[in-house]
Design a protein around this ligand. Structure first.
Ligand SMILES: Nc1nc2c(ncn2[C@@H]2O[C@H](COP(=O)(O)OP(=O)(O)OP(=O)(O)O)[C@@H](O)[C@H]2O)c(=O)[nH]1
Ligand SMILES: [Mg+2]
Length: 459
C-alpha cells in the first residue's frame, strides 16, 4: 500500500505542483491513499522515521453499510484529539464522485495514525459485493482486521465472505466492532455478539478470545452519547494496541509486491507497497517482474508516512524512489526482489478448496482440469489453465468438487512472481467459488511444455 507522504520523499525539499503528481491505478481494481497536500511543512520535512513504535497494518472489513468508513473517520477524530492523527472526515475517505453519489465505498483507502504504543496504517475496505476485488487488495497486507458488524443487522453475507477471504489471505487476528449500538436494544446486541462468536469459530478465528467492542461510530464522530461514542473508540484503540502481530521475517531476501506506481515531476518514479519479507536499503539492486516483463533498477530513497527511512523492514508500508524506470513500465501486481534471488514462473501446483453452496454466497461449481479460470492473487489476477494432471499418462481430467479439497497443476497465461505459500482466490462472475494455496512452482520451460502439449492435443 502507499506510503502516505510520498511527495515529501520525492520533492527533495522543493515545492512541486500537486497536480503534477500522478498515480496510475494499475488494474481495474483500486486503492486510494490519502496524501498530505496542504501542510506545506511536510513538503520540506526530512525527519527520519522512528522505530520506537511498532508499525502495524490494519483495516476495516465487513458487510456493506455496517459503518466501516464512519468508524475509520471516528478513529482518526479520536486520535487527532490526542495528537496521534490527522482527522479524516467521512467525505475525505470516500471522496470519489461515484462513492459520494452512491454513499458506498468503492476504493480501499489508506490512512495513518499513531497511538502511544503503535504506528498504524489503516485501510478502509469496501463492503459491497461488486467490489470484493478491492477488498482483497485492501486486506492483502493487513496484520489484523477490524470486523465491523451493525447491531441492527448482525452478520450478513459479506461479513462471512470477508471473514473467509481474510482468513485465506492470512489475516490471523481480528477485533470486532459491533456498530450502531444507538439504534439497537441491549437484547439484540447480546444476540448479535453471540452470533458473531459462533461465525468467527466457523471461519477459523477464535470466537471466545477475539475482543468485541460495542459502540456507535456515528455518535463518536458527532460527539454524542460518549458511553457508546468516544469511549467505545477508546476501547477499540486499546484492543488494537494489544492485538498480536506476526513476527516480521527480516532475514529472508526482500520481496516487495507493488501496489501503486507514481510519477513525480522532476524526481522520477516511485513504487509503493508493503515489504513482505527481508529489508531494503538505498543502493540495493532490484529486479521487478510480472505480466511477462522483467526489469532492473536501483533504490535511490525510501519513505514511510512523511518520514525518511534508512532501511525498509518487512511489514513497512513504504514508497521507494527507483532509477531508470518510467511509470508506464510498471503496474500493480509486479514484484520487486533483490536481483538474482527469485524468478517469475508460469507453472504452479496448488492445493485448491472449492466452496460448497452453504459456505458463503458463492455458486457451488467444481474446478475441472482442462478448463481456463481466472485466479486472483492479493493484488493481481491472471487467466490460468488447469491442465489435466498426469495428462501424459492417462489424459484423465481431474476435478475438485464443491466442498472438497484437491491438488491441481495450473499454468498462468504470463509469468508472474509467485512463491510457495502464496494464496489466491478463484472467482467466477461476482462470486468467490474457491480458494487456493501454492504448494510448488515449476520452471517456465516446463510450464511452456505443458501449454504446448495441450495445444497439440487440441489440434
Ligand atoms: N445509527 C447509526 N448509523 C450509523 C452508524 N455508523 C454509521 N452509520 C450510518 O450507516 C451508513 C453507512 O455507513 P458507512 O460508514 O458508509 O458504511 P460502510 O460500512 O463504510 O459502507 P461500505 O463501505 O459502502 O460497505 C451511513 O448512513 C452512516 O451514517 C452508527 O453508529 N449508528
Ligand atoms: Mg465504506
Amino acid at each position: 500500500m502507499a506510503a502516505v507522504g510520498l511527495r515529501t520523499l520525492l520533492t527533495g525539499g522543493r515545492r512541486i505542483n500537486p497536480l503534477k503528481v500522478s498515480t496510475i491505478p494499475a488494474c481495474s481494481v483500486s486503492c486510494n491513499f490519502i496524501f498530505s497536500t496542504n501542510t506545506s511543512q511536510r513538503w520540506y520535512a526530512k525527519e527520519a522515521h522512528s522505530r520506537e513504535r511498532m508499525h502495524v497494518n490494519i483495516g476495516t472489513i465487513g458487510h456493506v453499510d455496517h459503518g466501516k468508513t464512519t468508524l475509520t473517520a471516528a478513529i482518526t477524530k479520536y486520535l487527532s484529539e490526542k495528537g496521534g492523527a490527522k482527522f479524516y472526515s467521512y467525505d475525505q475517505i470516500d471522496k470519489a464522485p461515484e462513492e459520494k453519489a452512491r454513499g458506498i465505498t468503492i476504493n480501499a483507502t489508506s490512512v495513518g495514525y499513531e497511538t502511544d504504543h503503535r504506528h498504524f496504517s489503516h485501510v478502509d475496505c469496501p463492503g459491497h459485493e461488486d467490489y470484493i476485488k478491492n477488498m482483497i487488495i485492501g486486506t492483502s497486507s493487513m496484520d489484523a482486521a477490524i470486523l465491523v458488524v451493525a447491531a441492527t443487522d448482525g452478520t450478513m453475507p459479506q461479513t462471512r465472505e470477508h471473514l473467509l477471504l481474510a482468513k485465506q489471505i492470512g489475516v490471523q487476528n481480528l477485533v470486532v466492532y459491533i456498530n450502531k449500538a444507538d439504534a439497537a436494544d441491549e437484547e439484540m446486541i447480546e444476540l448479535v455478539e453471540m452470533e458473531i462468536r459462533e461465525v468467527l469459530d466457523k471461519y477459523g478465528f477464535n470466537g471466545d478470545e477475539t475482543p468485541i467492542v460495542i459502540g456507535s461510530a456515528l455518535c463518536a464522530l458527532e460527539d454524542k452519547e460518549p458511553k457508546i461514542g468516544s469511549e467505545s473508540i477508546e476501547k477499540l484503540v486499546e484492543a488494537l494496541d494489544n492485538v498480536p502481530c506476526p513476527d516480521r521475517d527480516l532475514s529472508s531476501p526482500p520481496v516487495f509486491p507493488i501496489d501503486t506506481v507514481h510519477s513525480i515531476a522532476g524526481r522520477g518514479t516511485v513504487i509503493t507497497g508493503c515489504l513482505k519479507q527481508g529489508t531494503l536499503k538505498k543502493g540495493d539492486a532490484l529486479e521487478i517482474s510480472g505480466f511477462g516483463k522483467s526489469m532492473k533498477t536501483t533504490v535511490t530513497s525510501m519513505e514511510m508516512f512523511h518520514k525518511i527511512l534508512d532501511r525498509v523492514e518487512a511489514g513497512d508500508q513504504a514508497g521507494l524512489l527507483i532509477k531508470n524506470l518510467k511509470r508506464e513500465d510498471l503496474r500493480r501486481g509486479m514484484v520487486a526482489v533483490k536481483s538474482g534471488t527469485f524468478k517469475p514462473t508460469r507453472g504452479i501446483v496448488a492445493t485448491i478448496f472449492m466452496l460448497s453452496k452453504k459456505e458463503v454466497t458463492g455458486r457451488a461449481v467444481p474446478l475441472v482440469s482442462g478448463k481456463d479460470v481466472s485466479i486472483l492473487f492479493k493484488t493481481w489476477s491472471v487467466n490460468t489453465r488447469c491442465p489435466a494432471d498426469d495428462e501424459s499418462e492417462d489424459g484423465a481430467a481431474k476435478m475438485v468438487m464443491p466442498g472438497e479439497q484437491g491438488s491441481m497443476k495450473m499454468v498462468l497465461r504470463v509469468p508472474m512472481m509467485i512463491m510457495k505459500g502464496d494464496r489466491f482466490t478463484i472467482r467466477m462472475g461476482k462470486s468467490t467459488v474457491g480458494t487456493g494455496m501454492v504448494t510448488d512452482v515449476y520452471d517456465v520451460a516446463v510450464a511452456d511444455d505443458l501449454f504446448v502439449k495441450k495445444k497439440a492435443k487440441r489440434a
